[in-house]
Design a protein around this ligand. Structure first.
Ligand SMILES: *Cc1c(COP(=O)(O)O)cnc(C)c1O
Length: 343
């Protein structure tokens, strides 16, 4: 695969914005190059456009080189940038699975790029022939999500890699929930599959949805393209500082994850015992997809009880299903006792 051949012509020819901090990034005694205000340290200074310190820590954590990491304002930023870099509006298309995360569709729609959805099987797995059948010479990207939202299951690893083998474009695996699925990451495969891109985020297991920090991992060339087209200072100083602090608290995060997995497994069993529950789908994420008799009625009842879950009943393959995030044990108990009042 030649990455340059996949790229849009205008992006190939783009001369990126060059900031003061791009032109000079070392140390100095006096900085008079960026029209910053000398007062109000440290927030008077522009942030590091390439977030070098944060990337150094993530590189160690994820066992990759810093030049294989892109950091964005949530995973939503790399999703958008990938579409804008590779897909010519009105001409190119992207393929994804159905059901899955809604942002691939929104990002494609905003860019005027066609998104083709391919149904998962009844057990929420990939049908690679169907997916490849939807691709044509204008298909630039395939978005997969594993563990998948809203189904909660991991996709079959061999099937994902087979797609990466057979498809001429980029295969993007959104691993937002990967910390809840030990051993399932495709990160070790990055070096063997140059067309693989992996997305992860600090919004879920790391408990930092509020600071907006997403990661993309891929070939040095691919990361270079994303860096070329991003906003020069896409991550502010506050986000970078908070990330540095939290990256030192890996042990705390591991504790949270262990606790949430235990709560998930407990909730899976207890929810299955309710007479109105048809099926609790097995989950490797921090939520459960639960099929019920009269999901909408139960959703409305829970709202009255002050408990908000997500009604996914209208989503393909998810009829009569609620998506329930795993909270702390008190929150989960509140949900269970509210549901008990229905029996
Ligand atoms: C929650 C979620 C994300 C996170 O997006 P951020 O922009 O990083 O908060 C990404 N992908 C999927 C599938 C998700 O469910």
């Amino acid at each position: 695969m030649e990455l340059n051949n996949l790229l849009r012509e205008n992006i190939k020819n783009l001369k990126p914005y060059s900031s003061a901090r791009d032109e000079y990034s070392g140390d100095a005694m006096v900085f008079l190059d960026a029209n910053e205000n000398p007062f109000n340290e440290p927030y008077n200074r522009y942030p590091d456009p390439l977030q070098r310190l944060v990337k150094e820590k993530i590189a160690v954590l994820k066992k990759v080189n810093a030049e294989n990491i892109f950091l964005g304002n949530g995973s939503d930023e790399p999703i958008d940038l990938l579409i804008r870099a590779f897909c010519e509006p009105g001409k190119d298309n992207v393929v994804t699975i159905d059901p899955t995360y809604g942002m691939y569709q929104v990002a494609a729609d905003i860019s005027g790029v066609e998104l083709r959805k391919v149904s998962l099987t009844e057990d929420f797995q990939l049908n690679i022939n169907d997916i490849l059948g939807e691709t044509d010479k204008n298909t630039k990207l395939i978005f997969l999500c594993s563990p998948n939202n809203p189904t909660g299951n991991s996709l079959n690893k061999d099937a994902m890699l087979e797609l990466a083998n057979q498809f001429h474009g980029l295969v993007i695996i959104d691993e937002a929930y990967i910390d809840f699925a030990p051993g399932k990451t495709l990160m070790p495969e990055l070096e063997h599959y140059p067309n693989l891109v992996i997305l992860q985020t600090f919004s879920k297991a790391w408990g930092m949805a509020g600071i907006r920090l997403g990661m993309a991992f891929g070939s040095t060339e691919l990361i270079g393209i994303l860096n070329k087209i991003k906003y020069p200072y896409n991550l502010n100083i506050l986000t970078q500082e908070k990330a540095m602090l939290l990256l030192d608290k890996k042990v705390t995060v591991q504790k949270w994850v262990k606790l949430l997995i235990a709560e998930r497994d407990k909730m899976e069993k207890l929810l299955a015992e309710f007479p109105f529950v048809v099926k609790v789908h097995p989950s490797e994420a921090n939520f459960l997809l639960v099929k019920m008799h009269d999901a909408r009625g139960i959703y409305n009842y829970l709202v009255e009880e002050g408990i908000i879950v997500r009604d996914r009943s209208k989503v393909h393959l998810c009829n009569e299903s609620l998506r329930i995030t795993i909270g702390n044990s008190e929150e989960n108990e509140s949900l269970l006792s509210a549901l008990k009042k229905l029996i």
